[in-house]
Design a protein around this ligand. Structure first.
Ligand SMILES: [Zn+2]
Length: 356
């Protein structure tokens, strides 16, 4: 019998394989199980398993990755600058997971490291439980040049932003549910409702659905990024960029909080919005912060051509009475019918009182 203790488990995790196969001849100690759990390595019972041959990894191909990295890349990969970014990405990964912005292995984060070098998250892992050694380094074409875990398949979408937008230092992609609700409706969140979004994010752009990680989605994102720090990818999720890893994440947080507030507000009567003549003040603040916006060149009239609540709910408004679903009560009740009903009830109550 072979006993797999913490040391063997740690070595196995380093191999990058995502499944550990065991059976009656291969016993895993509780401490080793903890290590596998933390690294998201699945324990799979396999009567034919042998210790020498772990299951083919679903994610990294560690033997292939790293074999052709240059000495300069290996030095850059181990530099203090790279290590700082790796730690920041792991921190933001925990935060997007804790806020339920990513599901399963969804989402990915990247940041510029140097000339034509970027650090990004690996594919196939929960963003809430990453460690710096799982990070990957890629060049501007997305080719991996550092790390033993396989890089995210969506890195080419990030590259569309890095290439079109030199001031983008970091890109964060996730699937937050409130912004995602707009994305699956094919609708941009209406503007002019909360200053936080106007100043720090601006108009949230929208691209129709394309296969995640495809050249088509990269082509959609490329022209939008210079003027939009937050972009809804139709029927998919949100991609944001910022001037640091945390800043890119903040754009995601502000976008989703805004969408959540708008969705909740639909149920409440009323239709207030930021007055048109106040919007230029917010845009002036934004410009002074050096943030991009697609509305700087618009005349005041062009800033307000759509009422946000009309955009959200149509001309009838968001809080109009809902037509009942029950066909028996489907007829709308007129004011005179309601008055007649109230009068009838009043008469019955008065008649009952008179009986006592
Ligand atoms: Zn995604």
């Amino acid at each position: 019998m072979t006993l797999i203790s913490q040391k063997e488990a740690t070595d196995f995790v380093k191999s990058g394989a995502r499944e550990f196969r065991y059976n009656a001849d291969i016993r895993v100690t509780p401490g080793a199980k903890d290590i596998f759990n933390e690294a998201n390595v699945k324990l799979v019972f396999d009567a034919a398993a042998t210790v020498a041959a772990p299951a083919a990894p679903a994610n990294p191909a560690p033997a292939a990755l790293g074999s052709d990295y240059s000495a300069a890349d290996i030095a850059l990969w181990n530099s203090p600058e790279a290590n700082k970014i790796k730690a920041e990405i792991c921190d933001i990964g925990r935060r997007i997971w804790a806020r339920e912005y990513c599901d399963g292995n969804g989402g990915n984060i990247s940041a510029r490291l140097g000339a034509d070098r970027f650090i990004c998250t690996p594919t196939g892992v929960s963003k809430g439980f990453m460690t710096p050694d799982m990070m990957c380094m890629v060049d501007g074409k997305g080719k991996q040049c550092g790390g033993t875990w396989k890089r995210s398949s969506e890195i080419t979408t990030h590259m569309a932003i890095f290439h079109s937008t030199p001031e983008a230092v970091s890109v964060c992609h996730a699937h937050p549910v409130h912004a995602g609700a707009f994305a699956i409706k094919g609708m941009q969140p209406p503007p002019r409702l909360i200053p936080e979004l106007e100043v720090f994010v601006g108009t949230v752009a929208y691209t129709p659905y394309k296969t995640p990680g495809s050249p088509e989605i990269a082509a959609e994102i490329f022209p939008l990024a210079p003027k939009h720090q937050s972009i809804l990818m139709g029927n998919h999720g949100v991609i944001c960029w910022g001037k640091s890893v945390e800043d890119a994440y903040f754009k995601m947080e502000i976008t989703d909080a805004y969408c959540r507030t708008v969705i909740l507000a639909q149920a409440i009567p009323g239709s207030a919005s930021i007055p048109c003549d106040k919007l230029p003040e917010l845009l002036t603040i934004k410009k002074s912060l050096g943030l991009p916006d697609d509305r700087y060149d618009l005349k005041p009239a062009g800033l307000c051509d759509v009422d946000p609540w009309v955009q959200m709910c149509g001309s009838h408004g968001c809080s109009s009475p809902v037509t009942p679903c029950n066909p028996m009560t489907n007829a709308t009740t007129s004011d005179s019918e309601i008055e007649a009903l109230v009068q009838k009830l009043t008469n019955e109550i008065m008649a009952n009182l008179g009986k006592k």
